[in-house]
Design a binder for this molecule. Structure first.
Ligand code: ZN
Length: 213
């Protein structure tokens, strides 16, 4: 089930202190309204009752989309990494058909959810991103791109967003035909490369691309 606790938040604008609900774990089967609230960020947005300022709070939690056998640990603060790894390793034994991930930022978390919502395999998306990164570094090194995120626009079209210092500077359409080609080519070996691995990110994809050739 979902678990939350009250935490004292100091408003970044006026300094006043108020209690705010923070989530230790979110289970969308038991609390379906949270499914949307984590995607919009509302679940983590604090609004100061005194001055009205808003802030997106960063903290660690477990997101469990039980109906889709999907679990992701969001590890954005402190040193919870090893603990999360061992919890997921233990759970994986009981839930072998689950997809389990660990991410290090809210952006990475929301990207994982968008890939999940689009019905895509995040391992294939990361492999495609790996070649996009390669291209960016060869051709657009001067743009200072430090993040490439899979995303969906208001029209429901998927693409990659290119970001520099938290600002979007370009975007690129998602090539579904390419996705299918890469998926078919990699499918037989994806499980081998991702078994027991919870962090499916650029480093993982670069390694897999290097080994698969
Ligand atoms: Zn305030």
């Amino acid at each position: 089930m979902s678990q939350s606790s009250m935490s004292e938040i100091t408003c970044p604008a006026c300094g006043s202190k108020h209690e705010f609900k923070v989530w230790d774990s979110i289970n969308t089967k038991q609390d379906p309204e949270l499914k949307e609230a984590v995607r919009t960020g509302d679940a983590f947005r604090y609004t100061c009752p005194d001055c009205g300022a808003t802030a997106l709070l960063n903290y660690n939690f477990l997101y469990h989309q039980m109906e889709d056998k999907y679990m992701v640990f969001v590890s954005v603060e402190g040193d919870a990494w090893n603990q999360m790894m061992s919890i997921l390793s233990a759970r994986q034994k009981d839930l072998p058909d689950y997809t389990m991930r660990i991410v290090r930022s809210y952006n990475d978390f929301r990207e994982k959810l968008m890939i999940l919502d689009a019905g895509l395999d995040d391992r294939v998306v990361e492999i495609i991103k790996s070649s996009v990164w390669h291209n960016v570094e060869e051709t657009y090194a001067d743009k200072g791109i430090d993040e490439i995120l899979f995303a969906m626009n208001d029209d429901g079209e998927h693409g990659f967003l290119f970001r520099s210092k938290d600002k979007m500077i370009a975007s690129m359409e998602f090539d579904m035909d390419l996705y299918k080609v890469v998926k078919n080519a990699a499918e037989s070996r994806l499980d081998f490369y991702s078994r027991g691995i919870f962090v499916i990110d650029r480093a993982w994809a670069d390694r897999v691309v290097g080994e698969m050739g």
